[in-house]
Design a protein around this ligand. Structure first.
Ligand SMILES: Nc1ncnc2c1ncn2[C@@H]1O[C@H](COP(=O)(O)OP(=O)(O)O)[C@@H](O)[C@H]1O
Ligand SMILES: [Mg+2]
Length: 516
């Protein structure tokens, strides 16, 4: 500080100027200053990568010169308007930079004249790319959710109808003499109904309404035990490579569903590879952090088992990529693709708390990454089932059926009767409880979702009357919260609709043989 103090004013000015510069320099995004002709006077940023061209190339030029007509013109016009009217505006625009396409949001405002300089226009520009991408993902997720609900709803009703068709055509087949035309017709009906039921299952999976039986899996073992089958499936002209991480840890997932996921990825790779190439399944254990998850919808941080399926096939363009998980979206010729494979994969993975994404460019192959929730505990050996060896005394046992769909009810009745059980049909849960007061019951076969009393409550109340009753729950609504709880009741089993006669009888037999 000097004696007369004049230099201190200068010092302060310099200090405050550099302070301002520092603040502008570390603001996220870019601050530009323009004249009326949208000529760059100044710019401040610490993210040089956000600039379409280096600072030295733009200062003194106009926006149109720097960014071209298409992007530059609307910006230049906006700058002029703000200059003339003094009213701020906001403008969105896109640029293709070295790192790819980016979205920007510019607040354009007037700065008052200072120290003999004319007024200028300032643009505060923020990079909105991450935002945009998240928004896009959210839109996708909402779309999938809406379609999922629609499709899942239809699939439920179909499930009931198909249970009836499969069941009765099975009875027809059994009742008709071998070699007759009639029997062949009945077989056709059954086959068609089973095919329809397969499709319905995929739709239910897309709608995340499948009954999953998660267990702790060693994904490496699941993949390597499928290797032979996969090689046959994809053919000799395609090389199958496995790169499995020995330190993987377990994944919490439904085993049969994981096999379906792997199969579908392999089949798609086969179709994309055509003449030949390579398909690699790789496993890794990864940690997903906040930063990763905030950029994605429905993704929570934590440990995951990552399965990457990479092929060297024809790849896909951006438009295809946004639609591959939609049900019935296929680029394959009629009869070759159903467009349900990846829809199902997506539904299953999401329903299990996992995550799936894809990288692909036309001609550059495709890479699907499937993240499954990881658990550190080693995969357990399947717990020994609470079963005694069959003792051939299953007949003569009494089964009570409670099911509000008349067709399904009659079907259950005839299936179990023909298997040798004493069958009593109850119209509703109250009637079943009434029966239980007088009749010894071995197995209760009940629908889970019923209007007056749910199957779970019925089972509990029946257990109060007859503690040894075994329960077979059947339902076409595996996602219903009531269904989610039922498997925890001891000596009970859940059978999803539609089922075959064989599956039904097997379950009831097993229940009868279960130790009290
Ligand atoms: N590995 C891949 N490489 C290139 N395109 C793929 C790959 N996997 C899936 N696709 C694209 O996604 C679409 C949907 O796949 P999917 O749901 O399995 O149905 P589908 O196989 O019946 O066509 C395919 O038709 C294809 O265009
Ligand atoms: Mg497919």
């Amino acid at each position: 500080m000097t004696a007369n103090g004049t230099a201190s004013v200068g010092d302060e000015l310099v200090a405050s100027e550099s302070r301002l510069r520092a603040i502008l320099g570390c603001t996220k995004g870019i601050v530009f200053e323009f004249d009326r002709d949208a000529r760059y006077l100044n710019l401040w940023t610490h993210e040089e990568s956000l600039l379409a061209r280096p600072r030295s190339e733009v200062i003194g030029r106009t926006i149109v010169e720097a960014l071209g007509e298409e992007v530059g013109r609307p910006l230049a016009e906006c700058v002029r308007r703000v200059y003339d009217t003094g009213i701020s505006e906001t403008l969105e625009y896109e640029l293709v930079l070295r790192g790819g396409r980016r979205w920007f949001l510019a607040d354009i405002l007037i700065t008052p004249p200072t120290g003999g300089r004319e007024r200028t226009v300032a643009a505060l520009v923020r990079d909105m790319t991450a935002h945009k991408q998240l928004e896009e993902q959210l839109r996708q997720a909402q779309k999938m959710e809406a379609i999922g609900q629609l499709v899942g709803g239809i699939a439920h009703d179909f499930n009931n109808i198909l249970t009836t068709i499969v069941g009765y055509s099975e009875l027809l087949v059994e009742g008709l003499e071998k070699g007759t035309g009639m029997r062949r017709h009945a077989l056709r009906i059954r086959q068609a109904a089973e095919r329809a039921s397969g499709l319905t299952k995929q739709l239910l999976a897309y709608g995340r309404k499948e009954l999953l039986v998660p267990e702790i899996l060693d994904v490496n073992i699941v993949i390597s035990s499928m290797a032979d089958m996969l090689r046959r499936l994809i053919g000799e002209h395609i090389e199958l490579r496995l790169e499995l991480d020995p330190q993987l840890g377990g994944a919490k997932f439904d085993r049969a569903k994981l096999e379906q996921v792997i199969m579908n990825l392999a089949l798609n790779a086969r179709d994309a590879l055509g003449a030949g190439g390579r398909l690699t399944f790789r496993t890794d254990s990864v940690e997903l952090d906040e930063a990763f998850c905030t950029q994605r919808v429905e993704c929570s941080p934590g440990s995951y088992v990552l399965i990457t399926a990479t092929d060297t096939g024809k790849g896909m363009d951006a438009a295809t990529k946004t639609r591959i998980f939609d049900p019935f979206f296929t680029t394959k010729e009629v009869g070759r693709g159903t467009g349900l494979g990846l829809s199902m994969v997506h539904g299953i993975v999401k329903q299990s708390g996992g995550h799936i994404e894809v990288d692909s460019e036309p001609g550059r192959g495709a890479s699907f990454r499937v993240y499954l929730p990881r658990v550190i505990t080693p995969p357990a050996v399947a717990a020994a089932a609470d079963l005694r060896p069959p003792d051939a005394t299953t007949n003569g046992h009494t089964v009570v059926i409670v099911e509000d769909d008349v067709d399904v009810r009659q079907l259950l009745d005839s299936h179990l009767r023909s298997a040798g059980y004493n069958v009593v049909v109850a119209d509703d849960p109250d009637a079943a409880l009434q029966l239980a007061r007088t009749l010894p019951i071995d197995v209760l076969v009940t629908d889970v979702v019923m209007p007056k009393m749910g199957g779970d409550e019925l089972a509990l109340r029946m257990r109060e009357l007859q503690p040894n009753v075994r329960v077979l729950y059947i339902s076409g609504y595996p996602e219903d919260p009531r269904v989610a709880h039922v498997p925890r009741v001891p000596r009970s089993v859940f059978l999803p609709k539609p089922f075959t006669r064989q599956a039904l009888v097997q379950e009831v037999n097993a229940l009868v043989e279960m130790r009290s």
